[in-house]
Design a protein around this ligand. Sequence first.
Ligand code: ADP
Ligand code: MG
Length: 212
Amino acid sequence: MPATPHLIPSLVQGAASAIQTHAEEVTALDRAIGDGDHVLNLQRGLDALAKQAESISALDWPAALQKIGMTLMSSVGGASGSLYGTLFIAMGKALKDREMNRPNLAEAFAQGVEAMKARGKADLGEKTMLDVLIPVADALRSAVERSLSVPQWVDEVSRAAEAGMESTRDMIATKGRASFLGERAIGHVDAGARSSQLMISAIAEVLAAKSR
Ligand code: ADP
Ligand code: MG
């Protein structure tokens, strides 16, 4: 894991193209149980990040993550904007005066997810992107404990994200717009869970490719 964030432009690009490729599918999910704007919200954020990616990659990791969080907060809108903003700002704080390596990344990601839980007053099992992010945080920690190789690490993280995304299908939503639908939300994957899974898998792939 590099000490400087020079990978940020390719990570943003990877996340953006994953969302682009699945834009119709994710929009259909958000139309089914939300208001249909989730992809547009994310794309605004990813465009804003792409424009700043070069300058962000000149910062150190804590400052870069902080800047990513602030950019997402001001550009994404929707529930997901402030939640993703909170995640990255908390990750930046957690990495302050720390080296960027896999144990510290796992720890920072877990703290970011905790901050998001607090911000949205939500937890596992409420049919949101937290059903992806919490298992991914656990998978990152577990991969560190078992000293997995990068390809194994990527594989486990991607599989945890997919299982988490799938788990939202049969849930009733208790947070966000889908909560107004009660049992009618059952049978639909949560759009935010699907988009976060797509972005996490894409980011993991870029990291794996760069470490080869
Ligand atoms: P909005 O719901 O305001 O239109 P988006 O469409 O951008 O915002 O994002 C919706 C997604 O945000 C949902 O699919 C869900 O995954 C996520 N979400 C909503 N509320 C919460 C919450 N309290 N905690 C975590 N994620 C949430
Ligand atoms: Mg929406």
